[in-house]
Design a binder for this molecule. Structure first.
Ligand code: BG6
Ligand code: MG
Length: 207
């Protein structure tokens, strides 16, 4: 049996993609760049600066590092306003019973999110206390590097091979496989080929 369960946050515990979309779209509109929901879909699991790079690559103009820093800060300020509205009601179906079941079986619980807003989001969802460890992405290379999952495992003192991890992004699933954890993909069927097991939603796991 697994000794730790490691969760991605955005798209697994709660659906923040519409907020990211709204915030990136506002920036794209200001810059005259066409940015669609499909474009946003490609940014799942991708960290803030890399997401910005990909958005800017959809336009013609090139920007300086200073300009990019300012754009990322603006996007984040707007995103932070949007996620203020998160409450426990925004926790995705199946998450609470799954966390309860795992905790009851003494499985350690950790978060491995690329988001620097992870703590704010968990606080809004009133979930902070449910996790034994929240890995800090500040000094981790971004997914698909395995860093953030390794930090999470280290944080709960469980060897990676004894961890099960849940992800909704391809980059995240690659990170999980790269550190030999059992990977569960959550969401689209196309994720199946990157994972060891697949569910559309976490509530499918409940018996
Ligand atoms: C990931 C999201 O969890 O966090 C990405 O899937 C996002 O879309 C990334 O870009 C970084 O988030 P933040 O909050 O640090 O800008
Ligand atoms: Mg995600």
């Amino acid at each position: 049996a697994y000794k730790a369960a490691i969760f991605d946050l955005d798209g697994v515990i709660t659906d923040t993609a519409p907020f990211h979309f709204k915030a990136w779209k506002k920036l794209a509109d200001e810059l005259g760049i066409r940015f669609t929901e499909e474009d946003n879909e490609q940014l799942k699991g991708v960290d803030r600066m890399e997401s910005l790079e990909r958005l800017l690559a959809l336009g013609e103009h090139r920007y300086s590092d200073e300009e990019k820093q300012a754009m990322a800060a603006d996007k984040n300020a707007y995103y932070q306003q949007l996620i203020e509205q998160l409450t426990a009601e925004d926790i995705l179906p199946g998450v609470m019973p799954l966390l309860d079941q795992l905790a009851k079986n003494s499985v350690k619980l950790a978060i491995a999110s690329a988001s620097r807003n992870a703590r704010t989001i968990l606080n809004g969802l009133q979930l902070t206390d449910r996790f034994d460890y929240i890995a800090d992405p500040t000094y981790a290379r971004s997914k698909p590097a395995p860093d953030i999952f390794l930090y999470a495992a280290y944080g709960v003192k469980v060897h990676p091979t004894q961890c099960i991890a849940f992800e909704d992004s391809i980059a995240g699933l690659q990170a999980i496989k790269d550190c030999s954890m059992f990977a569960v993909s959550v969401g689209h069927d196309d994720l199946r080929r990157y994972s060891d097991a697949h569910v559309h939603r976490l509530d499918e796991l409940l018996t």
